[in-house]
Design a protein around this ligand. Structure first.
Ligand code: NAD
Length: 435
């Protein structure tokens, strides 16, 4: 099939490269001319494991192209996916101006039948607005279909998620749209949920909100465990073994972040309010998430007493491991609060430093974990990258000014840390002191 993806970010590039890998001819379009020029030279603007290689193979096989001309992309493709950003407005509502803009540009350039597919995460009822926009701006009477095909990939394992999804969700209004999309996804051999557009839109918001709810549930449990001296890891393990609950997304930490959960929850609360439902449950989920960052900051303050002029080694800044994405990362809020209190931060992250450098001028960036720990007053873990789990802790202990580790991701074993002579503070588990 000839496909276009409008918006060449995390979702657009991964979907584009994967559709090409499945044998389709794909054009990835973006209005960021600089980004497109770099993509044409093989420079990938994001870090996503395996993506650079997949793009390179498919460009060589002439199945994948890049353009900054939506007109060109629309002319050459029967199926057009919209994968532009849907960020939050200050009031929490989803900003759909990019979606509207692209729908309008598609309408103005359609030479014949086109299937326009929302891949971006959008509030319920966006599909009908996309349809209305296209009807308004399409020049002559041209047939088209609108569909919803929300994306569920996770940054860090996006290619595997795209190629081996738990399910593909397709929201359609016509047999033709259903046939095109089911054929397109057939090679994946994945279960396909075919439904109406509104239900498909809701499946995405509901799924992300439910996952965020599980995280906040674990974090609320951690607060109770902290008070009574229980172990949240054990509680989650015991709960997760129940198949009705499942162990995924039950890890306590410093709260969820990233480009999806915070904005999708805001958008879901906002659209619910608009249509007359007060989604109190999700408001509580958001509050718990915010409190978790403050709770962790409190632990740092309790351990260091005065923050001003203390040197703090920070390991991990990306919102989760295996990505360079720092959008809404809880780490950024925590670092910002520490800097404001006068701490000197020495930070290391395997991938996110180039992006963090644009946010913070006053922190020292290190080339590895050991450099960050040298002569620091404590070590703070903010992202659970695998390489931090494998550190030489004896060496870390020697490098730190005092053996204090404050772990926001529970990556070390408290008993082991005690044996090594660390003071070790984590989330929802008994603190260990070296005294
Ligand atoms: P992103 O910001 O990385 O990429 C969006 C791209 O769209 C940018 O390159 C931008 O230049 C381009 N763009 C904006 N307006 C445009 C226009 N008018 N014409 C052409 N290009 C335009 O965003 P992302 O992370 O890929 O997310 C895209 C959508 O997918 C969002 O709705 C998001 O919620 C959803 N989503 C994201 C993920 C994820 O893990 N990142 C997962 C599932 C769904």
């Amino acid at each position: 099939m000839n496909i276009s993806i409008i918006g060449s970010g995390y979702v657009g590039l991964v979907s584009g490269a994967c559709f090409a890998e499945l044998g389709n001819k794909v054009i990835c379009a973006d209005n960021d001319v600089n980004k497109v020029e770099r993509l044409k030279k093989g420079i990938i603007p994001i870090y996503e494991p395996g993506l650079k290689e997949l793009i390179s193979i498919n460009v060589k096989k002439k199945r994948l192209n890049f353009t900054s001309s939506i007109k060109d992309a629309v002319a050459k493709s029967e199926v057009i996916f919209i994968a532009v950003g849907t960020p939050s407005l200050p009031n929490g509502e989803a900003d759909l101006t990019y979606i509207e803009n692209v729908a309008r540009r598609i309408a103005e350039n359609m030479p014949g039948y086109r299937l326009i597919v929302e891949k971006s995460t959008v509030p319920v009822q966006t599909g009908q607005w996309v349809k209305h926009t296209i009807e308004t701006y399409v020049g002559k009477k041209i047939k088209f279909d609108v569909a919803s095909n929300p994306e569920f990939l996770r940054e860090g394992q996006a290619i595997a998620d795209f190629m081996r999804p738990d399910r593909v969700v397709i929201g359609v209004e016509s047999e033709k749209a259903k046939e095109i999309l089911t054929n397109l996804y057939k090679p994946l051999n994945a279960p396909i949920v075919v439904t109406d557009i509104k239900s498909a839109e809701l499946i995405k918001h509901a799924s992300n909100s439910f996952l965020a709810t599980k995280i906040s549930f674990a974090n609320a449990l951690a607060r109770i465990c902290d008070k009574v001296g229980a172990d949240v890891g054990e509680v989650s393990r015991g709960m997760g073994m129940d198949k009705r609950i499942g162990k995924a997304f039950l890890r306590a930490g410093i709260g969820y972040g990233g480009s999806c959960f915070p904005k999708d929850l805001d958008a879901f609360v906002s659209i619910s309010e608009k249509i007359g439902y007060d989604f109190e449950l999700l408001k509580a989920v958001k509050n718990i998430n915010q409190q978790q960052k403050e709770f962790f900051l409190g632990k740092i303050k309790d351990s260091l007493w005065i923050i001003k002029d203390k040197t703090i080694a920070v390991l991990g800044i990306s919102f989760k491991p295996d990505t360079d994405d720092i959008r809404n990362a809880p780490s950024v809020e925590i670092i910002d609060a520490l800097v404001k209190e006068g701490a000197k931060i020495k930070a290391y992250d395997p991938q996110a430093i180039p992006k963090v450098k644009k946010l913070f001028k006053q922190i020292e960036f290190c080339t590895d974990s050991y450099q960050a720990c040298r002569s620091s007053d404590c070590l703070v873990i903010l992202t659970e990258w695998d390489e931090f789990k494998e550190l030489d802790l004896a060496k870390i202990k020697k490098l730190l000014r005092r053996p204090l580790v404050i772990d926001g991701r529970n990556i070390y074993d408290p008993a082991q840390m005690k044996k090594m002579g660390f003071s070790y503070i984590s989330i929802g588990r008994k603190a260990v002191t070296n005294k």
